[in-house]
Design a protein around this ligand. Structure first.
Ligand SMILES: Cc1cc2nc3c(=O)[nH]c(=O)nc-3n(C[C@H](O)[C@H](O)[C@H](O)COP(=O)(O)OP(=O)(O)OC[C@H]3O[C@@H](n4cnc5c(N)ncnc54)[C@H](O)[C@@H]3O)c2cc1C
Length: 433
């Protein structure tokens, strides 16, 4: 490894960067991880209430169909709590039609979209919103589908290419079961445990600002003015954040275009503590689906430790609320919970609000979304990268893109590419060619 600070420099210590580093270290490579923030986890983050109970204010839920994240939780002895989902959900405003029937119709639209070939020329150039406008379904069902799209992809349906939505959805193979579990001691604890295995290899508060490629090596300039050299680098940050790193020489036009095809999702997450899960007395699950306000959703995340509801505002709604500020968001959440669940919901004992809109180092959440209708190849181009510079993030995962599971998958997939390139470079230099 002579002459280099490391075999591989990883930029970003979210689950992608941490998982890539973990795999590279296991393969015997020398790794340095540079993280811009003063904590690890990225879009997975933990915040404590005044009484010390900590909850995930970023990524939180996992399910049985996500083998890598559940194995990671087990590896670090973290307990999965079942999300309390039993009981009736509350539909706001109360639909005159049967909510179950509206749900079924919404599912039919979803299945129709998912059943199409993303490369079908008939849908080329169509956004999800434009396609939906052409469907002959009842308005309630169409509003339900739009709410699902804007609540999950956190961008306006009129911005998301239909082909991208279909392709992305197909890689999420959990059949709507994503809320099955959360980690009682926070999933962020898994990021910290993974980071701890890296020891001195991890440097916090060290943003990567410039990457210079010179033949088979790279030098990485940090915001602190340090320059580090390595054989390869993995940029393990979301595409929008990756597009802010300067490259010398400039990246090939196709790669620069692929980085520019994305916009950050917009989401606000609130955790609301209450004395007890009073909604269960009325056979309610605590899940609330707002249809008059697209992108708003709540569910029960009570555990043995605490009674709590989580509220998500996603897509255009998050942008609107974010602009109005914290006091507005808090008042709005309190008012809407009382409207949906009754006066008992006024007894809030703690409230955490995490506004991810325009977050300085992730750009937002749940994930970046392709908004360029023509950018069919953007993901493939990013996965190919410009070796020795590689790109990875949850968005690029072959399974569960935009989820923690996807971040682990993407990190390991990048590590496989880097290890292969490393071995081939070693073999080439050993053969003297
Ligand atoms: C509110 C919210 C709720 C979510 N809920 C869920 C959920 O319930 N279940 C689920 O599976 N997923 C959920 N997600 C999505 C999930 O959290 C992400 O898909 C996943 O954590 C992304 O991991 P990543 O490592 O790819 O990116 P990130 O987590 O964004 O990590 C990138 C890291 O790179 C750092 N960085 C950025 N730029 C630089 C730079 N120039 N130099 C050095 N470091 C840099 C960042 O600080 C960050 O630490 C949620 C996300 C949000 C925001």
């Amino acid at each position: 490894m002579s002459g280099y600070d490391a075999d591989v420099i990883v930029a970003g210590a979210g689950f992608t960067g941490l998982s890539a580093a973990d795999a590279l270290v296991s393969a015997g490579l020398d790794v340095i991880v540079l993280e811009a923030c003063d904590r690890v986890g990225g879009r997975v983050e933990r915040t404590a209430f005044a009484d010390g109970v900590a909850m995930d204010t970023g990524g939180q839920f996992v399910c049985d169909e996500m083998p890598n994240v559940t194995a990671l939780a087990r590896r670090f002895g973290l307990r999965l709590a079942e999300t309390p989902l039993d009981g009736e959900f509350v539909f706001r405003p109360q639909a005159s039609a049967n909510p179950e029937a509206v749900f079924a119709e919404t599912d039919r639209i979803h299945a129709r979209a998912e059943g199409m070939d993303p490369r079908d020329p008939k849908i080329a150039g169509l956004t999800a919103g434009e396609w939906l406008a052409r469907q002959n379904d009842p308005p309630d069902a169409k509003a339900g589908y739009q709410a699902m799209v804007e609540g999950l992809w956190c961008r306006p349906a009129g911005e998301i290419p239909l082909w991208y939505l279909i392709d992305n959805d197909r890689r999420t193979t959990s059949d709507g079961n994503e809320l099955q579990y959360f980690v009682e001691g926070t999933i962020h604890a898994a990021a910290e445990a993974l980071a701890a295995t890296l020891g001195q290899r991890l440097r916090l508060g060290t943003p990567v600002v410039r990457i210079t490629r010179a033949g088979d090596s790279v030098s990485v300039r940090t915001g602190n003015g340090d320059v580090l050299t390595a054989r390869q680098v993995i940029i393990a940050v979301p595409p929008v954040m990756a597009s802010r790193i300067v490259h010398e020489p400039g990246l090939p036009a196709s790669l620069a275009g692929a980085l520019g095809a994305w916009k950050s999702g917009t989401v606000i997450k609130a955790l609301v503590r209450l004395e007890r899960p009073f909604w269960r007395d009325r056979g309610l699950s605590g899940m609330i689906l707002w249809r008059d306000t697209l992108g708003l959703f709540a569910c029960d995340v009570s555990s043995a430790q605490a009674t709590a509801l989580v509220v998500f505002a996603g897509g255009p709604l998050a942008v609107e609320w974010s602009a109005k500020g914290r006091a507005f968001i808090e008042a709005e959440i309190r008012r809407r919970l009382v409207e949906a669940l009754g006066e008992a919901a006024a007894g809030v004992t703690g409230l955490l609000i995490r506004d991810w809109v325009g977050d300085p180092w992730s750009g937002g959440g749940y994930s970046d979304v392709i908004t360029d209708l023509q950018a069919y190849d953007a993901e493939d181009i990013l996965r190919a990268g410009a070796p020795p510079v590689h790109f990875a993030s949850s968005e690029l995962a072959s399974s569960f893109p935009a989820y923690i599971e996807g971040a682990i998958v993407a990190g390991r997939e990048a590590a496989v590419r880097v290890i292969a390139a490393h071995q081939s470079a070693i073999a080439t230099s050993a053969s003297g060619s």
